[in-house]
Design a protein around this ligand. Sequence first.
Ligand code: ASP
Ligand code: MG
Length: 416
Amino acid sequence: MTVDSHSPAPPTLVRKYGGSSLASVDRLRDVARALAAKRAQGHQLVVVVSAMGRTTDELLRLAHQVAPQPPRRELDMLLSVGERITMSLLSMALIREGCPAISYTGSQVGIITDTSHTDARIIEVRADRIRASLKEGHVVVVAGFQGVSVDREITTLGRGGSDTTAVALAAALGALRCEILKDVDGVFTADPHKVFAARRYDHLSYEQMLEIAEAGCGVLHARAVEYAQQHGVPLLIASSFGDGPGTAIGPRAPTDDPGAQPCRWRPLALDVREDVALCELCGDFPDGGAAWSRRLARATAPETLLAEWVEQGGREFRWGAVGDPEAMGRIHAALAAAVAADGGQLRFLRGQACVSVAGTPRGGGTAAREALAQILESCGAREWLVRADHAVIRLLMPSGDLPRLLAPLHAALFPA
Ligand code: ASP
Ligand code: MG
């Protein structure tokens, strides 16, 4: 495409592809063809990529084989490689399609972060090299999830952080829109692969999307939504390969709301984890649980937990967490030893399914709890636990009950 210097620059679109859309060479080539077609329609394209498939998990596993607690700086050096592999391969695939392309790392395009290794925040985006390469007619491919710190060290932005890279670039470039392309066509009331009747949202507000993202409903990095809201970047979540309409996210109130119902609790979406364990600790302690807080901070790694809650008042201290059964087993063992010495009650439950329901309960947690109890009883559930975790309600039930309860639960929470 030759750009006539007198005509205004074509609109810039930022597109982000997730790891599963780029999991194989065939998929990379499909993405390259889709991008070449989009460019032919007259767009300037900036493409942000994640690591291919499960690369990041594999790199993490390697690191933990070498050292049980890998230094965070070195972890960033390692993890940032995943996205570099994808960016260079995609750029090659684009060039093969006859589409001029160039790849850059986060540091090369001036994504400046703070110094918090493995969980850095973006402070500034320079993006001059992107502007120059777009002007030359290139499709610019950028490695997501990474930047360079004010101390000139490579940093990563936390798991799922490529979304934030895409939004930050869209803001810096004044892009028309930031498209986050996934293996599902938008944001649904539940994962459509797990709940047949799940419904797609046409529109969501930034606030609603933030509640869904913070519940860990797996669609978007919460920081990316915050960034988009702060900078007014219009978002579109859509399928990588289909032509579906996706879900648009912006400042306006939604025009449709599948979660609307007369009760005061309007859940937005639910997410399911089939196999988790729960660990809870409570007791009356002279220091109000201060020693326990310190001990728990040492015993738990936030990235292995699905949810964690703490209640402190007077001498009373209550803590609970849900997560991967192996990690929870280790935490339980560490706490059991301390309980034997210092007192307190400990409870550990394996074989649980956790249904996370996003959406702030308007009438407070109690209204949501009551609504849920009614629904569960009418579905014939026998055993369950409900825990409120900020704007998320976590519902735990024996894993074996989930297949029978999930569809009726979804139907009751999101009536048509
Ligand atoms: N590859 C990184 C991760 O798996 C970043 C991302 O996918 O956004 O967390
Ligand atoms: Mg990934």
